[in-house]
Every structure is written in C-alpha cells, then in structure tokens.
Design a protein. Structure first.
Length: 134
C-alpha cells in the first residue's frame, strides 16, 4: 500500500488513506481498515471518485510503463550505435596500420633499390676508370 501511495503521489494523483484501503483491502461500508468506523460520506460520489482515481492511477501506470519501454529501447539503440562506432573506429585504425606498414615496406624497398643503384653506379665507375687506365 505504501508503494502504491508513493507511486500515485509521484504521478501527481495522490490517494487518500480511504482510497488506498478500499483498493487494496476491499470495501466495507463506512469502515476503513486500521482506522475503524469512519465518517459517513455525504453522497455516493466518493465511490465513483475512488474508481476514477483508481482508473487514473492505472492510466498513469500504463503511461509510465510505456515511457520505461521507450527509454529501454533508446538505451539499446544507443548501445548498438556505440558498438557500431567502436567497430568502425577499429576498422579505421586497422586500415591506418596497414597503410603505415605498406609505407614502411615501400621505404625499405626504395632504400634497398637506392643501395643497389649506388653499388651498380660505383661498379660502373670502377669499371670505367679501370678501362681508361689500360
């Protein structure tokens, strides 16, 4: 009962003790459970008021449940987007690593070719100078 009262208050539709006891403990004419005989209502409107309050509470609880479901769905969508972004970031990092590795290999190959060219050039120079001396 306490939880229902708190929930109704948070929803902006507070329930009286009489309404709470009728909802949760059933109705006994002019008797409020735990309080004994209560005041006689001036009309039958309190019963309809109690029913409308109960209906309003159910409506608010349904809306609250829908909001919770929406929030859960949004949370799941955000997690999916976050995971997708992480995956894309890992792919970008892997592609960058592969490009860097490719560039290193090109530089090494370029340096090797330059050394081979320099050796060939030096060999040709030695060969040319050797012929000139003959």
């Amino acid at each position: 009962m306490v939880a229902a009262r708190d929930e109704a208050s948070e929803a902006g539709c507070p329930l009286t003790d009489e309404e709470l006891s009728r909802i949760h403990l059933g109705e006994a004419k002019y008797y409020i459970r735990g309080f004994g005989v209560g005041p006689r209502p001036s009309s039958f409107s309190s019963r309809s008021s109690s029913n409308s309050s109960h209906l309003e509470l159910q409506k608010v609880q349904s809306e609250l449940e829908l909001l919770r479901e929406d929030r859960q769905r949004e949370r799941e969508e955000n997690e999916k987007r976050w995971e997708e972004e992480e995956r894309k970031q890992r792919e970008r990092e892997e592609q960058q690593r592969q490009r860097d590795e490719g560039l290193r290999e090109l530089r090494l190959r370029d340096e090797q070719r330059q050394r081979e060219f320099d050796e060939l050039k030096a060999m040709m120079m030695r060969h040319m100078h050797g012929r000139d001396n003959v």
